[in-house]
Design a protein around this ligand. Sequence first.
Ligand SMILES: C[S@@+](CC[C@H](N)C(=O)[O-])C[C@H]1O[C@@H](n2cnc3c(N)ncnc32)[C@H](O)[C@@H]1O
Length: 367
Amino acid sequence: MRIVERPELAKLVTFVPNKNLPVHRWFYYKEGFSRDLVKMLLDEFKPETVLDPFVGSGTTALTAKEEGIPAAGTDVLPVALLASRVKTYDYDIEETKEWIRWAMKLKPQPYSTESVRDPFVKKVFLPKTLGKILWLREKIWEEVEDRKSRDLLTLALMNASLRSSFAFKDGAVIKIRRRPLPPIENSFRRELKKFYVDLDVHPSGRAPTEIIEADARNLPFPDESFDAVITSPPYMNKIEYARVYRIEEELFFPGKRVRGMRSFVGLKLLDRGYLHTLDLYREDLRRALEEMYRVLRTGGRAAIVIAGSYIRELNLIFEADVEVAKIAEEIGFTAQEIIVARKLWATVKRTKKVGQVRESIVLLKKE
Ligand SMILES: C[S@@+](CC[C@H](N)C(=O)[O-])C[C@H]1O[C@@H](n2cnc3c(N)ncnc32)[C@H](O)[C@@H]1O
């Protein structure tokens, strides 16, 4: 198996190039990769169907739709499912635009914030703003009968809420940063405008897309049903998705509990230490790769974007790309190539460099 360095792909393994792209920009997902990376892989694989079992904000699914390729995606995080669905629905554009115009005219009223249980969520908003967000949410959920438009307005409100909050996401933690905030009415309208103009270039109807709530370790698809997989599993790091998105979860998905992959090193799972956690992570990767192998057709290709990590407690660099290639080969894949897109310095206390980790694209084939 070859390892090649392609530093020109460094930006493409991040979400940054999507920031100003129509529809892709409907939800900023720090953990995502770029449309251009997916486009490059689709051009190479030329699949008739594609799957992303860790669909996240839907970059693979949306890019496939733009290219006219039927796609499916699964995820366990409600925020990710909402964002990727809203980006890839087949809209009745005129009807949805009408609902956006309706939402633009809403004038939020004071509203009880009693239903919000998480004290942290109460802290990141001015009480009046939180009330208005809940009022808008109720209005949208009660009055918008069309599910796609309702989801779209919910996503716009979710984005706007974060803009009008003191929350500041800094990697794995949410910090509170007191500062002057735009009124929620303004943030909401700004979001709605963005969605409205992008609807004119939305790839509705170009190819079917299915986004399903499911665990990548147990996929709800028959054997040999896809030509390609383009995906990026959670990295072995300190990011626990359910925590980073707790504000969104509490306000827009009340009562939902999530169990993702065991990728959160700091958790010290079952209190049996870090080595054990690493084993569990490897085990999850294996189960996800086995499922990809099963649902791929013979001759099918897979691209797995993954970064390694430095595990301070063990003073160990975990080389995730090599690990994925190794596990994949044990399952039956041919590991064709590891493309190293970038190297990142692992630091302790943010400054002391302790080693380099690679972020790579692992190319696999089911022969
Ligand atoms: C690195 S992100 C993928 C980002 C995506 N490539 C994009 O561009 O938006 C990993 C995703 O895997 C999801 N995830 C974690 N555990 C999962 C599981 N067991 N099954 C399916 N998805 C899972 C997380 O919720 C997260 O959205």
